[in-house]
Design a protein around this ligand. Sequence first.
Ligand code: DGL
Length: 283
Amino acid sequence: MAIGVFDSGIGGLTVHRKLVDRLGQADLIYLADQAHTPYGGKDGEAIVDLTRAGCERLFAAGCDLVILACNTASAIALRRLQQTWLPAYRRDLGRPVNLLGIIVPTIEAATGMPWEHEAERRGDKIEKLDILAVFSTPATARSRVYEIEIDKRRQDVAVFVEPCPTLASLIETGAGAIDLSTAVEAHVKAISARIGRPPDRAILGCTHYEIVADMFRAALPPETPLIHQPQATADALADYLRNHPQYDVGTAGRRVFLTTGKPGVQHSLTEAFWGGPLNFEQA
Ligand code: DGL
């Protein structure tokens, strides 16, 4: 048995990497739906159908748990699949499989942070406001999941979401550093202009963006912390596994990388991030 890690492409490898560090010998099967990437500009029904197909493939490969290492799939498809598809699928399969997203662990890491920022002083009244920037795909931005989930937990955090329509594709296709940093800088500038100042903290709300986290780091002021979703997800999954021993995630440290797209070695941006060539098999 194993843990499945699903993304539209290479972005979920950023989560996979932290799962390896955190969970050691668990068996991991990664699936990149590169035949259909990017998801961020697709409509909701298409994202739900593609995510379900990816999960079926991973459960069929022997996964007990599937992590949607994709904000777009987590935002649009997770709840729908958990409520309307998974219960019957689980019954038919005859084993306790489950599907987990990455947005709630990220939000818990973001809202659990202790500090607040004193943004404005009007007369005697001090208004504290912590401005959180989220960079995401257009579909994740349209879902408003970050605003809704953060508002449930913290009313003193104002969330600004910046949709980045082409960034995931640029990363997926291995664009050069200049094109990537130009795009990142433009989005940081745009959101800072909307806020009226740089954000107090930022979330890279698309797993592809972690691959260029250093470019976001350089474009944002040094005092603006980045909340790292892969680490938050790995920590949350380790807790989840402790509390749910019924899931068998293996102990052999098996690593399988599958793609619905073109099999073979991925481009150099992936290698640079991964630390070596990464060979994908046909899903
Ligand atoms: N990596 C994905 C995410 O976290 C999807 C990017 C895309 O396919 O548009 O949203």
